[in-house]
Design a protein around this ligand. Structure first.
Ligand code: SF4
Length: 317
């Protein structure tokens, strides 16, 4: 399968650029080794780009956790307004680049996505939300797949992020290549089992939106995209994935001889009971779907290969 080259923005220090306050970097060989083959990186360093320089005084978040200030740790210099103004302009620039996702440096008062400490005036840290740039990023691109580098070491979170990156890309690709209700319905149809494996509730809602496409075109697309992003925030679960595969089996089993059907059921049961990973029944399904006469919609399901499998190695699912 030929995979698209994704365009992913990243905190520049994770790429090995010497942009940290002390002139160092935080190159992340795990993330780069994993994704380099599939990604064109767009480096962003909010603190350097806003004009703080290298080396520079470290900054921290201070004050109200809901709207903290970005303050020089020793000097007390307040960078908040400059950072917010710069971020607004930079995010508009990034919106023209068709990003597929963003990977942020954890813990940074500018880039961190979760649990960045916000200090009280007396210097007590409270672990709260995102850094100042990350906050603006989420607000500007609420549906973009965004993750912290450290969390990508967790196989379940990694699978969820990879799935979201490739799904978001497919979503935008059909709009470029086949805009219009027909392309939209094709997108939904090919994603049915994939969505069933992540969130049956979202699939149901997305199905209702698709059925109403004729009356609400093109306004429907905004709702659909929001619900698609909601579905992609759900991690894959063994129970839901098995359910989607049993659903597919219902359409496939008439076409298979007894022995092969039995083998498929046994592999599916082994997956459901946690004895083998998802790749085992998926490979067998792919094999049968290629050589058996099955409905075209089943053959074209994204579930059979939603992303390059090497990106989710070690997945416990
Ligand atoms: S964490 Fe963000 S602001 Fe800090 S050095 Fe890295 S890219 Fe720059």
């Amino acid at each position: 399968m030929k995979w698209p080259r994704l365009r992913v923005a990243i905190s520049a220090c994770l790429l090995g650029e010497r942009v940290r306050f002390d002139g160092g970097h935080r190159r992340d060989d795990f993330v780069l080794g994993l994704l380099d083959r599939y990604v064109e990186w767009i480096p962003v360093c909010p603190e350097v780009e806003v004009g703080m320089g290298i080396p520079r005084e470290p900054v921290i978040l201070v004050g109200d956790p809901k709207s903290p200030r970005l303050i020089g740790r020793r000097s007390g210099q307040d960078w908040t307004d400059r950072m917010e103004q710069w971020a607004a302009v930079r995010l508009e620039e990034l919106s023209t680049l068709d990003l597929d996702g963003f990977i942020l440096k954890k813990g940074s008062p500018s880039c961190g996505l979760f649990r960045v400490p916000v200090y009280t005036e007396s210097g007590t840290p409270r672990w709260t939300g995102p850094g100042l740039f990350a906050r603006a990023l989420i607000r500007r691109f609420p549906l973009l797949p965004i993750e912290e580098e450290g969390r990508l070491r967790d196989p379940i979170l990694r699978e969820r992020f990879i799935a979201a990156l490739f799904t978001y890309r497919r979503w935008r690709d059909w709009q470029k290549s086949a805009p219009g209700p027909e392309g939209f319905i094709r997108f939904h149809t090919t994603h049915k089992l994939f969505l069933m494996a992540r969130s049956p509730a979202c699939l149901q809602h997305l199905g209702r939106l698709t059925a109403a496409a004729g009356q609400r075109w093109p306004a429907i697309l905004q709702d659909y995209e929001a619900w698609l992003a909601k579905a992609m925030r759900e991690p894959l679960s063994r129970g839901r994935a098995a359910n989607a595969l049993y659903h597919a089996l219902g359409f496939l089993k008439q076409a298979l001889p007894d022995k092969e059907r039995q083998e498929l059921v046994e592999h599916l049961r082994a997956y459901q009971e946690g004895r083998v990973p998802l790749i085992v029944p998926l490979t067998l399904f792919r094999h049968h779907i290629q050589k058996t006469s099955v409905p075209e919609w089943l053959r074209q399901q994204v579930l059979w290969q939603p992303y390059p499998e090497e990106l989710v190695w070690q997945s416990p699912l």
